[in-house]
Design a protein around this ligand. Structure first.
Ligand code: ADP
Ligand code: MG
Length: 726
């Protein structure tokens, strides 16, 4: 199957073919390592196949009576592909994926063995949950946790570097009380919520054919590639994924010669292998190119239903990392691996689509009146304005703090970019009604005005964290290394609430005797209200500018510049009410996430602080002392020979001073990092206000030293060698 028509893909999400051996055509091996589409059709009895299809399309839970049949077909298929083990693949709150492998092989008791895999093993697992973060939901003495098969995401075979394959069963992970211990459970609940309320809107506008609406998602992934031998020489990269010190190279991205430039051959070979691996897994990667910074690249898939897209995104990060190692490269997914040049993000392209293939955010689709598009747009504007704090906190991590608000990534103020045409339509909407004259006729919500909005508007605004890009919204503030499950859970939930609000209001105002004229009047009045109240969140200008920061403050938009500032948004009554009302997270589940995000922030900064003080004491300081010793020898010898050398003497004095500064900065960092602050909220602030600045001081003096210490003494690869040589 090819992906020339994205709409076609949405209407036929399960027509992915084949179980063939590799050929040279990508379409021939696309999805060959997933148990879906034709493979399923071929291997399952028709009634079981139909039952399973229905489960997948309608997001239902699996009928237990067919579980054994499905398990046995999956087992045969996996064994034929050489798999020896299976695992429940899940996404605990570490932000990573987890898997515990079991062999298919079972001893028979008479010295032999057979391969076994039951329906129960497919449907449910029971990993020890005690070592995963639970935010207090589950103490170690009640360590039981369950994984449950999510039949809506295809089972797949993950290849290890030596070719061995493991059958991976995407699962949700919950405690024995049924509370979510993972990212997938609330995501699935939020998809249900947004789907339910989007359908109410679709029905109001007269669609009787569609049976579900789904959130669609396509994530552009940015990453850096560096030589793996250089990577291994840097403790900061190995431990923290980013450089904690490093003087600016003479050439960074000033010449703007990397973006969309020719892809270096070694990198292209890497990308090609990644794509092959991803195609096999049914992950429809579509574009690849150089990004802005030297050594930075991007990959983007064709969008899919958001549950599958989230799983595929996790797998994509895994494949990017593991294939790099084979090519002697290291793939850095960190948001800010190198200071002074662009960081990496993950543009989270989001929309809603019916199962009949209508994109609810495509104003050009004339299947429905464009009023429906306007209603969905208004819902999103309202949602982002009401819950900007939650969107912000959904992307708040210690890593992303280095990127957001720096002059190359979206600002931390959540605003919406709509582009000139939509903005003027909204302005007309607000102005038009008040005049109630023929002027209203200017406001054409029908087919004439909107279809002119180009899908790829040329006036793109890279500085906006949340931009309308023609037929979808692009949430750009998402970090490159983070799981997209949580930001999408938040997005789905806040939009579900606004769709619910609008649907409820329209349903009550429209009543039974619906005429097109009445519909138009009522919808217009509601849209006008919403736009008037929430338009403050729309901003098309330069999001990096100081003027915007001042303007946003005037408009009352929240501006949480750091994770520490953003996190309390998870502990508000507003957040509790919202997540509980839509059945996405109970109070306890939400609070657990708040605790875990705080803990994670502290742990990440603490690890960075420890790494940096170790590097300062055991690598940088000794190198600087060696340089000082060499220089001192030269000065002494020169003076001994009767030659005055005041410049060298001054340099020696300066270097000795810098060494002293480094020593004391490292000591300050060390004590700040080890300080015991029992209260978690205070600890978060301690790390932000004391440890992060202390790391900055060490970095500053280290980077100064790097410029004067002889290159052959400097104890780690510098920025130029990591970024420019290939
Ligand atoms: P651009 O960033 O230039 O707009 P594309 O139009 O190619 O680039 O889209 C970028 C990403 O957005 C891709 O992953 C694409 O699949 C995804 N995308 C496109 N349409 C939708 C949609 N309706 N819903 C979700 N994602 C979408
Ligand atoms: Mg984009």
């Amino acid at each position: 199957m090819t992906f020339t028509d994205e709409k076609d893909r949405m209407t036929k999400p399960f027509t992915i073919p084949m179980d063939t051996q590799h050929s040279n055509r990508a379409s021939d091996y696309f999805g060959s390592l997933t148990f879906s589409g034709d493979v399923m059709l071929k291997r399952l009895p028709p009634e079981v196949f139909m039952n399973l299809q229905l489960t997948m399309q309608r997001n239902l839970s699996l009928d237990r009576s067919i579980a054994n049949t499905v398990a046995s077909a999956i087992k045969e298929w996996a064994l034929e592909h050489g798999a020896t083990h299976y695992c429940h693949w899940f996404q605990p709150l570490t932000g990573l994926t987890a898997e515990k492998h079991d062999a298919f092989l079972s001893p028979t008791g008479d010295g032999g063995a057979i391969e076994k895999f039951s329906g129960d093993a497919l449907i449910q697992g029971e990993p020890d949950a005690s070592s995963f973060p639970s935010g207090g939901i589950r103490d170690t003495y009640e360590a039981r946790g369950y994984t449950a098969w999510d039949a809506t995401s295809p089972v797949f075979l993950l290849r290890g570097s030596d070719g061995n394959k493991t059958l991976c069963i995407p699962t949700a992970f919950v405690s024995w009380t049924g509370e979510a211990l993972d990212q997938k459970t609330p995501l699935l609940r939020s998809i249900d919520a947004v789907s339910k309320h989007a359908m109410r809107i679709v029905r109001l506008f007269g669609d009787t054919k569609a049976s579900t609406a789904i959130a669609t998602l396509g994530c552009e992934q940015e990453y850096f590639l560096i030589d793996r031998t250089l990577f291994l020489q840097r403790l900061d990269l190995v431990v923290c994924g980013r450089t904690l010190v490093g003087a600016q190279p003479p050439k960074g991205q000033q010449l703007e010669d990397h973006y969309f430039g020719a892809i270096p051959e070694a990198v292209l070979a890497y990308m090609t292998e990644c794509e092959e691996r991803l195609f096999e897994l049914g992950i429809p990667v579509k574009t690849r190119h150089n990004e802005v910074a030297p050594g930075q690249y991007e990959l983007a898939p064709t969008f899919e239903n958001s549950n599958v897209a989230v799983d595929h995104q996790m797998t994509t990060m895994h494949v990017l990392r593991s294939v790099a190692r084979k090519h002697g490269l290291e793939c850095l997914l960190h948001e800010k691996p190198f200071a002074g040049i662009n960081g990496s993000g993950k543009h989270n392209n989001w929309s809603m689509s019916t199962d009949t293939g209508v994109n609810l955010l495509d104003p050009r689709d004339d299947t429905y009146p464009n009023m429906q598009f306007m209603v969905c747009l208004a819902a999103i504007i309202r949602a982002v304005d009401l819950h900007a704090d939650l969107l912000r906190v959904s992307i708040a991590t210690a890593h992303n703090d280095h990127r957001l608000g720096a002059n190359e990534a979206p600002p931390a103020i959540m605003s919406i970019y709509l582009g000139e045409k939509l903005t003027s339509i909204l302005d007309q909407l607000v102005a038009g009604e008040t005049k109630k004259s023929s002027k209203t006729m200017d406001l054409d919500l029908g087919a004439r005005t909107l279809p002119q909005i180009p899908r790829h508007s040329s006036d793109r605004n890279r500085t906006s964290p949340f931009a309308f890009t023609g037929n979808k919204f692009e949430f750009r503030a998402v970090g490159s290394s983070q799981s997209v499950a949580w930001p999408n859970t938040v997005l789905n939930t806040i939009i579900a609430e606004s769709l619910d609000f609008i649907a409820t209001s329209l349903e009550s105002k429209l009543g039974k005797n619906l005429t097109p004229a009445k519909m138009e009047t009522v919808v217009r009045a509601l849209l006008k209200d919403i736009v008037k109240t929430h338009k403050r969140v729309c901003f098309d200008g330069n999001g990096y500018s100081a003027e915007w920061h001042a303007e946003a403050a005037k408009r009352g938009l929240p501006n949480f510049s750091s994770t520490a500032d953003a996190l309390p948004s998870l502990a508000t009554k507003k957040a509790e009410k919202l997540f509980a009302a839509y059945g996405v997270l109970s109070h306890r589940e939400l609070h657990a996430r708040y605790e875990i995000q705080m803990e994670q922030y502290c742990k990440i900064v603490q690890i960075e602080g420890r790494t940096l003080s170790q590097m300062a004491i055991t690598q940088i300081l000794p190198a600087a002392l060696r340089a000082q010793g060499e220089l001192a020898d030269v000065v002494a010898a020169t003076q001994h020979a009767g030659v005055p050398c005041p410049e060298s003497e001054a340099a020696l004095r300066e270097l000795a001073g810098q060494v002293t500064t480094l020593r004391s900065a490292a000591a300050t960092l060390d004590s700040a990092t080890s300080k015991d602050v029992p209260n978690i909220e205070k600890r978060v602030r301690h790390f932000r206000d004391v440890v992060v600045p202390a790391m900055g001081k060490v970095r500053e003096i280290s980077d100064t030293l790097e410029r004067v210490v002889p290159a052959d003494i400097w104890p780690m690869p510098d920025y130029s060698s990591m970024l420019l040589i290939r």
